[in-house]
Design a protein around this ligand. Structure first.
Ligand code: B12
Length: 295
């Protein structure tokens, strides 16, 4: 099976692969030696380097073992699969793990237990890529919190606690996201709009693909975004809102979209507005949407 082309940064050393998959370096070497399960490249210093496909194979192997198969059977079943993970993709967090994590997050965050919630998140981040955790666990969890809030099962205090928890954890991933030489994106939520989390996730995912990010954040009047764009000459301007009333085709938005490559996103964005403005609508989740932009 051909191994997809990858950027150098996406190759893992054996310790990192063991950490992510919850195995040990001895086990990984044994699976390679006995069953030919993994096909690492070697560095000039003869260190093993594993691909995303190898990582995926280890996870499949572990699932067969969990299902009670012998190591030899599990390796045979895993090797017979043609696993192709395109470069830059973030392998999905398995549904059972998402469910377990949601349960753990709900129990701890509803009880205002930050350290315990942190543990749930850390164990996920140890096993999966941060962007996969954002896409598959955190964003759906936040939507769930909103539904539980709307149906009276979660108080405003619990909802705010959960949001603040994720914001502070994932804002850390945005540090230094203006660095590099890639294209530049200017990100903002228009005036009155405070739902920034989707846009933050998009910025993190876009930076991971080599873009430089300038973050204006919540509640930024479009005329101010326009002013900033005039100074920065961005390659992309993205405005996101949960409320459609905050994304209206007024003069400022028309000027912005007429002058710069512009995209709208979030639950408040729709195709009609995008067409009207000559802007692009990003309809996917933030991590998937970012994957469309090459640096
Ligand atoms: C967290 C939260 C807040 C936080 C926001 C903090 C922050 N920094 O983001 C705070 C506490 C500030 C807040 C305030 C309010 N909120 Co609120 N909030 C939520 C909650 C629980 C989660 C939002 C979230 O981050 N979701 C995760 C995102 C990513 O998922 P999503 O919004 O479904 O977006 C999908 C797509 O649209 C897309 N996407 C979203 N953004 C982007 C950006 C890009 C670039 C891309 C590519 C894609 C993308 O990705 C998602 C799919 O994966 C939602 C519940 C919900 N259902 O989402 C309510 C919700 C959005 N809030 C709501 C409301 C009513 C409010 C308040 C009016 C409450 C009040 N009475 O004060 C205020 C308004 C604040 C304001 N002026 O904007 C309503 C919105 C109803 C509506 N259609 O307008 C919701 C849906 C709750 C509900 N069930 O009623 N909120």
């Amino acid at each position: 099976m051909g191994v997809p082309q990858q950027r150098a940064t996406e190759w893992l050393k054996i310790g990192e692969l063991a950490r992510r998959t919850g195995t040990t370096t001895d086990v990984l070497r044994a699976w390679e030696r006995r069953y030919g399960l993994l096909r690492p490249r070697r560095t000039a210093g003869n260190q093993r380097l594993y691909s995303t496909v190898d990582e995926h194979r280890v996870r499949v192997m572990l699932r067969h073992l969990e299902a009670g198969r012998s190591a030899a059977q599990a390796a045979e079943l895993t090797s017979s699969l043609r696993l192709g993970v395109p470069p830059g993709e973030h392998p999905a967090v398995p549904a059972a793990e998402v469910e377990r994590a949601h349960h753990g997050l709900q129990t701890t965050l509803d009880a205002f237990e930050e350290t315990a919630a942190q543990r749930v998140l850390e164990s996920l981040l140890a096993a999966h890529q941060p962007l996969a955790v954002l896409r598959d666990v955190v964003l759906p969890y936040l939507r769930e919190v909103g539904d539980r809030w709307a149906s009276g099962h979660v108080s405003v205090a619990q909802e705010h606690f959960a949001t603040a928890f994720f914001e502070s954890r994932f804002s850390a991933l945005s540090r230094g996201w203006d660095r590099g030489t890639g294209p530049r994106a200017l990100l903002a939520c228009p005036g009155g709009e405070r739902h920034t989390f989707g846009l933050l996730a998009f910025g993190i995912a876009l930076h991971a693909r080599g873009w430089r990010i300038v973050w204006l954040g919540a509640d930024t009047p479009v005329s101010m975004v326009e002013g900033a764009a005039g100074r920065l000459t961005p390659d992309l301007v993205v405005l996101a809102a949960a409320d459609p009333d905050r994304l209206r085709a007024d003069d400022a938005l028309r000027r912005l979209a007429g002058r710069w490559p512009c995209a709208i996103a979030g639950a408040g964005a729709d195709d009609d507005l995008a067409r009207d403005l000559g802007a692009r609508r990003l309809a996917e989740d933030p991590v998937t949407a970012a994957a469309q932009f090459a640096a």
